[in-house]
Design a protein around this ligand. Structure first.
Ligand SMILES: Nc1ncnc2c1ncn2[C@@H]1O[C@H](COP(=O)(O)OP(=O)(O)O)[C@@H](O)[C@H]1O
Ligand SMILES: Cc1cn([C@H]2C[C@H](O)[C@@H](COP(=O)(O)OP(=O)(O)O)O2)c(=O)[nH]c1=O
Length: 189
């Protein structure tokens, strides 16, 4: 079972993913694999070096990285649940905010398995930015207007996709976690 966590930078994805894993292992006795995108060191390096200057290359690099990631996930047979911190909705939301045609991004990513559940942490970019650490390794400089557009794109995608559940991430982390647990509980019970 594949669960994706999505949202703009600083929305709380990494924190939530870790806590969900702990809860699923300790309370629900599940074997959980926690993973994240971008996945491969080699492609992350290319993204840092040149991809971010060019949204077409960036789309292809993130999607190629996903191909490697999915092939790796397919071999991890010992787990009941796989939680990924970012998945193809990131490419759709971010790279279309950079001007790339959404349908083309969907087409490039259509071979990858669809998550049974996607938790979308929704938060205004102004608030998320105050939570982001300074060590941004991707040179995006956390541009406010870009993240605002990315947030809108995520909400637009969620409108047409029932498996994406929106969680208001301006709430306390306890509230966010509790809502997330409810959605996961529905899925596994
Ligand atoms: N609901 C919340 N309220 C306040 N701060 C939060 C909340 N969720 C996460 N944080 C904090 O915000 C920062 C960014 O969270 P992180 O999980 O790294 O986000 P992301 O992985 O989406 O970039 C961290 O310092 C984290 O402790
Ligand atoms: C996976 C993915 C990430 N990104 C961006 C989002 C982030 O700004 C950056 C790095 O992702 P990540 O390390 O997950 O950043 P954060 O933890 O701050 O959310 O790459 C894309 O633009 N497209 C994608 O397909």
């Amino acid at each position: 079972m594949l669960i994706a966590i999505e949202g703009i930078d600083g929305s709380g994805k990494t924190t939530l993913a870790k806590e969900l894993k702990k809860w699923l292992e300790n309370e629900k006795k599940k074997k959980v694999l926690l993973t994240a995108e971008p996945f491969t060191e080699e492609i992350s390096k290319l993204i840092q070096e040149e991809g971010w200057k060019d949204p077409v290359t960036l789309t292809l690099l993130f999607s190629a990285d996903r191909g490697v990631h999915v092939n790796w996930i397919m071999k991890q047979n010992q787990y009941n649940i796989i939680i990924t911190d970012r998945y193809y909705y990131s490419t759709i939301a971010y790279q279309s905010a950079m001007g790339i045609d959404k349908n083309w991004i969907v087409e490039v990513n259509k071979f990858f398995p669809k998550p049974e559940l996607t938790l979308l942490l929704d938060i205004p970019a102004e608030i998320a930015i105050t939570r982001i650490k300074k060590d941004d390794k991707f040179n995006f400089k956390e541009k406010l207007s870009l993240l605002q557009k990315v947030r809108e794109n995520y909400l637009e995608i969620a409108k047409n996709e029932n498996s994406i559940k929106i969680i208001n991430s301006t709430k306390t982390f306890e509230e966010v976690l509790s809502e997330a647990k409810n959605y996961v509980e529905e899925l596994i019970s």
